[in-house]
Write a protein that binds this ligand. Structure first.
Ligand code: DGY
Length: 303
């Protein structure tokens, strides 16, 4: 980074709106992470020096894209390098939810495990069941590969446009005509659509009601894709068997209703949290900034 004067946010605390406004006025480039909110009110600040937001993350629903566009700001992200690690976390959640992994861990730590017993902590098989994917981009396809080739799972998905034929063939995947069809037919539903206005509470009470009582919901996409209260209701009343969550509405605040449930596995937004992935994400941010400041085409330009 010899070519830049860098100011780091060393205490890992999201800056306030005023601090972000000042950053936009003070620096040529600002590099937010996925928890740093850039609403229009911040982006519209007067006397901006900043020309580019080099986002450290693939999702950019924390940035008001229309406002950024209107302000002529360039935005880049980090696609591709976190695909496998995020799909691994989705698969981890699926397995933990199906096999009650977190509950078993709690049982031992609370010194309540008194030994093997034929009917203790009965759970659900994963192998040969059906995985339903909402969204079918890079991460969904990586999860489908692990699930299909590793666990013999049947793959169904919903995405407005059909996926490439070679991908469908490799996964023997079936495209459903609607999200409702996926919700009804899958043993595990995993969410892989982007966050933001268009997918806000896409998975609401009505959609959850369609799921089998033995099914599990997995969310590694964005918290606000799911109506959390509706999910809590379904888990409390055992309308569905379980859920595995890595992302939350208004994270890092987690509703008490989730914390007290045994049939939900909760991870702290770990999707991309491997050393190799986070290093590769950082390199992508730098490559994008280097390209911008050297007048070259940007590798990962969002706008
Ligand atoms: C992203 O990049 O959007 C992820 O949520 C970060 O792990």
């Amino acid at each position: 980074m010899a070519q830049y004067d860098v100011t780091l946010n060393t205490d890992d605390r999201p800056l306030t709106a005023d601090e972000f406004k000042q950053a936009l006025q003070k620096y040529d480039a600002v590099c937010p992470s996925v928890c740093d909110a850039f609403p229009a009110e911040v982006l519209n600040v007067k006397n901006k020096r900043c020309k580019i937001l080099g986002n450290f993350g693939v999702g950019y629903n924390h940035i008001d894209i229309n406002a950024a566009k209107a302000q002529g700001l360039i935005i880049t992200n980090t696609p591709g390098v976190l695909t496998e690690s995020t799909a691994d976390i989705a698969m981890t959640l699926l397995l933990m939810s199906a096999r009650r992994g977190a509950e078993g861990d709690r049982l031992i730590r609370s010194k309540q495990w008194h030994g093997w017993c034929p009917t203790q902590m009965m759970s659900s098989d994963v192998t040969d069941t059906t995985l339903g994917l909402i969204g079918f981009g890079r991460i969904a396809q990586a999860m489908a590969r692990k699930a299909h080739h590793g666990f013999g799972m049947k793959i169904i998905y919903f995405k407005p446009s059909p996926a490439e034929q070679s991908i469908i063939d490799n996964l023997q995947a079936t495209r459903c005509n609607s999200i409702a069809e996926v919700m009804q037919s899958a043993d595990f539903v995993s969410l892989h659509c982007p966050g933001g206005e268009s997918t806000y509470h896409l998975i609401n009470q009505q959609m959850l009601n369609l799921m089998k009582p033995t099914a599990h919901l997995i969310n590694t996409a964005r918290g606000d894709v799911v109506d959390t209260q509706a999910l809590i209701n379904c888990l409390q009343s055992k309308k569905i068997a379980g859920a595995g969550l890595d992302v939350y509405e208004g994270e890092p605040n987690i509703p008490e209703g989730l914390l007290t449930l045994d049939n939900v596995t909760l991870l702290p937004h770990l999707g991309s949290a491997t050393i190799a992935t986070r290093t590769a994400m950082g390199e992508k941010v730098l490559n994008n900034l280097d390209a911008y400041f050297n007048g070259l085409p940007l590798p990962d330009r969002v706008i």
